[in-house]
Design a protein around this ligand. Structure first.
Ligand code: PAF
Length: 272
């Protein structure tokens, strides 16, 4: 696997000449990332993974400093899975970038308590896309709001890049895979599966109760387990508007904190 550290390196090697599939990541690679890479490899292109912990998407009181940094083991995993290229730029990659302002949908869900987060995501994606210019870019649907913002941004500014969203990969006990799971204490890790349980419970009981009741009952249960909810609700898949019934909304989504660690998860209903 060839590793690139600068944008000039990539440009000089004309990687995109024959079609490229890109998986942008912040490292600390887990099965969720590997599933994206495996899917990308089926597209008959060369595959490139970028690893960059983007300071622009972390708020002042967030976990940028503690975010797991595991470059050596990430590289090993990429070699093992036969990834063609990695792009691992220096820390100063995010300096002096053209700032992208995310559209108003970014103010909903995660954006409510993370002002500027999606501006930071789109700013770095704009930069990574313009350096690599892939044909395809792959994202996990755990970060659903990020996925729809990037898809819309790409449609407008990089029409040649196709965005592919792929399902959430879970631990055996249902917890959605995330690099942040590594920051949980042992006790927090034990209670974390309640997050997915609450989404499944809402899905399975959606004909029994109103949305208000569903959200109230599951919020109370989560809070009894010391899980603090940032948001929990049913939303329209495109506009992310809060839904009043399951005809209006098909995205059941949550963000919650266990101690200092903020986790997100969702279920998308195919059919009512
Ligand atoms: O989902 C992530 O890991 C990050 O938000 C991304 C898309 C790599 C941008 O930094």
């Amino acid at each position: 696997m060839k590793i690139f550290e600068t944008e000039n390196d990539i440009k000089d090697n004309r990687l995109n000449a024959k079609g490229l599939s890109l998986i942008p990541t912040m490292g600390n690679l887990h099965e969720g990332h590997l599933s994206l890479i495996k899917a990308a490899k089926n597209y008959n292109n060369k595959t490139i993974v970028s690893i960059y912990i983007n300071p622009l998407q972390f708020g002042p009181n967030e976990d940028f400093k503690n975010y797991p940094r595991t470059e050596a083991s990430d590289i090993k995993k990429l070699k093992k899975i036969d990834c063609d290229y990695a792009f691992i730029p220096q820390d100063n990659f995010a300096k002096e970038l053209k700032l992208i302002k995310a559209p108003s949908i970014s103010k909903k869900l995660c954006g409510k308590n993370r002002p500027g987060h999606f501006d930071g995501v789109l700013t770095i994606i704009n930069k990574i896309f313009s350096v690599i210019l892939p044909s395809y870019a792959f994202f996990g649907l755990k970060d659903y709001q990020q996925f729809i913002l990037i898809r819309e941004f790409t449609k407008n500014y990089f029409p040649g890049i196709k965005i592919i969203g792929l399902p959430i990969i879970r631990e055996k006990d249902g917890l959605a895979m995330s690099s942040r799971n590594n920051l949980l204490t042992r006790d927090e890790r034990k209670i974390a599966p309640n997050i997915y349980e609450s989404l499944k419970w809402i899905k399975n009981n959606r004909r029994e109760f109103s949305i208000t009741e569903l959200v109230k009952i599951s919020s109370e249960k989560l809070e009894r387990n010391n899980i603090q909810i940032d948001y929990l609700g049913i939303f329209d898949k495109q506009s992310l508007k809060e839904a009043k019934n399951f005809e209006e909304g098909a995205l059941i989504a949550i963000a919650a904190k266990l101690g200092k660690v903020r986790l997100i998860d969702n279920i998308i209903l195919d059919k009512n």
